[in-house]
Design a protein around this ligand. Structure first.
Ligand SMILES: C[S@@+](CC[C@H](N)C(=O)[O-])C[C@H]1O[C@@H](n2cnc3c(N)ncnc32)[C@H](O)[C@@H]1O
Length: 302
């Protein structure tokens, strides 16, 4: 028989090779909450409560998966991002808190430039994954037009599920047609051309493309390396800016004058990435640090 406290202690002990104690405790509380449907304060307020026999099985199975390094988000199937629970599966990157900072930067810009605009604002999300970035903006501004691109059909399935969930939860049905997902390859000019052929230029383009080099793999934790999709993460050491170079071309062609491009970047290449936009096409390039004081985002204004 396991009490809430026994279960939390077991998770902490089982995961001591992977996480610090506080992280393991937080994971245990999330799992208890998910499988028992109870709010977390109960596990602290009533630690001796016994978990019923038929409910303990999935909780113990979850520990086995965690021990193998499976991120708990793939076990429960979601990750909270900018106040909304996004479905995730091993075919999408688990959206990160740094990316929430990028979303906040985009929202500030929109508030500043477009809030009173009569125009229909068009937003393009390149490498959308779970859809976390553009759907977070859609949540605030469902009246805009959205185009979200990814090469992975599995990722686009997850992103569509997230759109449906958001529409249902927030009663946004009348805005459904404002959001479109497109399967396309950022690295292939003709693929992007056919994806955007009949669309007017964009006021905002956002992207968090793959940017981790192979030599950075050794600094990554095993649970990311073994379980998150490599298609979403990695680029070759000899061409670390491959996506940014292509995105610069896309912005040159498809971003409106005075529109803005927002990028999440590899902190090791902040200078080189911003240098890609150091030409007459663009009027302003700003690099911004994330909460960990790393150069993590770039905003380019045309
Ligand atoms: C770092 S993830 C970003 C996911 C999401 N935007 C986020 O911020 O959480 C990068 C995404 O790029 C997609 N991707 C990889 N190569 C691509 C390509 N050549 N064209 C389009 N998308 C690509 C992957 O499938 C993945 O979903």
């Amino acid at each position: 028989m396991y009490s809430f406290k026994d279960y939390i202690d077991l998770v902490i002990k089982s995961l001591d090779h992977l996480y610090v104690k506080d992280e393991s405790r937080a994971i245990a509380m999330r799992l208890l909450s998910f499988y028992l449907g109870e709010p977390s304060y109960k596990f602290i307020a009533y630690p001796q409560t016994i978990i019923s026999n038929h409910k303990i099985t999935p909780l113990l199975e979850a520990i086995d998966k965690l021990k193998e390094g499976v991120p708990y988000q793939y076990i429960v199937g979601y990750q909270e991002f900018y106040g909304f629970d996004f479905f995730v599966s091993p075919s999408v990157l688990i959206p990160r808190h740094e990316t929430e900072e990028l979303v906040l930067w985009v929202l500030e810009f929109i508030k500043d430039r477009f809030i009173n605009s009569e125009k229909k604002i068009r937003v393009l999300d390149l490498a959308t994954g779970s859809g976390a970035i553009s759907l977070s903006i859609f949540k605030e501004y469902p009246q805009f037009d959205y185009y979200a691109i990814d090469i992975s059909n599995e990722a686009l399935d997850v992103a569509s599920k997230n759109l449906n969930h958001m529409i249902e939860k927030l009663a946004l049905e009348s805005y459904r047609d404002n959001f479109r997902f497109i399967g396309s390859d950022i690295l292939d000019e003709s693929s992007i051309e056919s994806a955007l052929r009949s669309v007017d230029d964009f006021h905002i383009i956002i992207s968090n493309p793959p940017y981790v080099t192979n030599f950075q793999k050794k600094e990554m934790s095993k649970n990311v390396l073994d379980h998150e999709p490599h298609l979403a993460l990695f680029v070759e050491d000899n061409n670390p800016l491959i996506f940014y170079k292509k995105i610069e071309r896309i912005a040159e062609k498809y971003l409106k004058k005075e529109g803005a491009l927002f990028l999440e970047i590899n902190e090791l290449y902040a200078k080189e990435t911003s240098a890609l936009f150091d030409n007459v096409v663009y009027s302003q390039v700003s690099v911004k640090k994330d909460i960990n004081n790393k150069d993590r985002m770039i905003r380019v204004i045309k």
